[in-house]
Design a protein around this ligand. Structure first.
Ligand code: C5P
Length: 219
């Protein structure tokens, strides 16, 4: 794995990681790991199982047995297209509940590591630089003010035809961030050697350019 170039892009919800990761992957012709999708899929299965979010063993079993296929514009879970179902705010919230369970994180760990393939990988998540790819030569921690993140999420959901209120989104994002930051296993923190980029007043292209410059300095 160490020979495969990996750029990790971690940070809180709505900081623009997904878009930045996609553009970086296009520019560098690297693959992408959307690790949040794996937690969202697990959350969806736990929700559908209907036994609540307190059964860690059940959640870990669902995580390790799910069949997932990433397509160009979505994701197929056990044969069903769930691309839209996993993108709602409540699916994000369910994801962060299962993401706080160490057994779920353990069930998804090797799977995530296996995404590291030549010619390289952009790994998008919360613990890519700290836990999944600690050897990555370039680690980015992308952040933005809470207000800006709520605005961006609102716009993103609108574009997908999902209606939302900015105030409700801000509250949900704050709740999710708090759970992600304070959990015991792989909390949302920058790796010691991560470069923190605050994107509040930067365009996506400016963020991507900064990262590409950092990458070319290193390679
Ligand atoms: O990035 P996304 O919003 O899709 O992530 C959904 C949730 O999954 C996050 O709020 C977080 O709780 C969890 N997650 C995580 N570790 C990752 C990626 C996502 O805990 N590497």
């Amino acid at each position: 794995m160490s020979a495969v170039p990996v750029i990790t892009v971690d940070g809180p919800s709505g900081a623009g990681k997904g878009t930045v990761a996609k553009l970086l992957a296009e520019q560098l012709k690297f693959k992408i790991l959307d690790s949040g999708a794996l937690y969202r899929l697990t959350g969806l299965l736990v929700n559908r199982a209907g036994n609540g979010f307190d059964n860690e063993i059940e959640a870990a079993e669902l995580a390790s047995s799910m069949q997932v296929e990433f397509t160009v514009d979505g994701v197929i879970l056990n044969g069903e297209d769930v691309s839209l179902a996993i993108r709602t705010e409540s699916a994000g919230n369910d994801a962060s509940k299962v993401a706080a369970m160490p057994a779920v994180r353990a069930a998804l760990l090797d799977w995530q590591k296996a995404f590291a393939k030549m010619p390289g990988l952009i790994a998008d998540g919360r613990d890519m630089g700290t836990t999944v790819f600690p050897q990555a030569p370039l680690k980015i921690f992308l952040t933005a003010s809470a207000e800006e993140r709520a605005q961006r999420r609102h716009k993103q959901l609108n574009e997908k035809g999902i209606s939302s209120s900015i105030a409700a989104l801000a509250a949900e994002i704050a709740e999710r961030d708090e759970r992600d930051r304070t959990r015991a296993t792989s909390p949302l923190v920058p790796a010691d050697d991560a470069i923190v980029i605050d994107s509040t007043s930067l365009s996506i292209d400016e963020v991507v350019q900064q990262i590409l410059t950092l990458w070319s300095d290193r390679s």
